[in-house]
Write a protein that binds this ligand. Structure first.
Ligand SMILES: Nc1nc2c(ncn2[C@@H]2O[C@H](COP(=O)(O)OP(=O)(O)O)[C@@H](O)[C@H]2O)c(=O)[nH]1
Ligand SMILES: Nc1ncnc2c1ncn2[C@@H]1O[C@H](COP(=O)(O)OP(=O)(O)O)[C@@H](O)[C@H]1O
Length: 199
């Protein structure tokens, strides 16, 4: 199911990609990735956040084109076949993918590009783009993670159970990442990410 990536193939593309920077942020569902991303973007509008496509239904308040591009499974499969994703994966019963073209364009224009993606996608990026910096966000404990998913109050019991089942496998892979940060105190975490990106 994994896509072969070609962004390293041409010398020109490779040179171009070295003008910007790609940062991958991963961590179990509920750890605080989305909230951290939103704060980071509010504080650093020069960053480029890659909006993913997903077959998941929008949660209340989520905006198409801002939080995700919400698309059907058949549309997603068409885009996979057309090679339109830099990486993609199935997570908790839905597909998620990073649109290739805007990310390449933004990196080539010298931007720092942020991807907030799950483990399989992060592995694909590591293979195709080894220069990318990868950050894994850990919860202070598993019970705190569960509490955060529940207090977010946006997922069905089934969706929560799927995310928690998956969370332990993701946490076990934290060592694969360049940097691990425990999201205990929110402001402290934000400062650690800022130090990593700009320090
Ligand atoms: N591989 C991949 N994962 C993604 C992408 N976009 C989002 N994800 C991840 O998919 C997982 C589920 O996201 P979401 O349904 O928004 O749930 P949440 O993490 O519980 O808020 C999270 O780990 C996201 O980081 C993408 O483009 N590619
Ligand atoms: N450091 C933190 N301490 C306590 N709660 C947090 C912290 N970071 C995030 N949260 C809360 O945890 C819940 C899940 O965060 P969210 O950003 O949706 O996680 P993710 O995108 O990783 O699934 C939200 O209600 C958020 O406000």
């Amino acid at each position: 199911m994994m896509q072969v990536l070609s962004i390293q193939s041409g010398a020109t593309t490779k040179d171009c990609l070295s003008s910007g920077k790609l940062v991958v942020l991963t961590g179990p569902s509920g750890v605080g990735k989305g909230t951290l991303m939103r704060s980071l973007l509010a504080r650093h509008p020069e960053l480029y956040y890659s909006v993913s496509a997903t077959t998941r239904s929008p949660r209340p308040g989520e905006i198409d084109g801002k939080d995700y591009y919400f698309i059907s499974r058949s549309k997603f499969e068409q885009l996979v076949a057309a090679g339109e994703f830099l990486e993609w994966a199935e997570f908790a019963g839905n597909y998620y993918g990073t649109p290739r073209e805007p990310v390449i364009n933004q990196i080539c224009s010298g931007k720092l590009v942020l991807l907030e993606i799950e483990l399989e996608g992060a592995r694909q990026i590591r293979r195709s783009f080894p220069e990318a910096l990868s950050i894994f966000i850990l919860p202070p404990s598993f019970s705190e993670l569960e509490k955060r998913i529940r207090t977010r109050g946006q997922d069905s019991e089934e969706a929560i159970a799927r995310r928690l089942r998956r969370a332990q496998d993701e946490i076990n892979a934290a060592d694969e990442f360049d940097i691990q940060i425990v999201n205990d105190d929110f402001e402290t975490t934000l400062k650690s990410i800022e130090a990593t990106l700009f320090g």
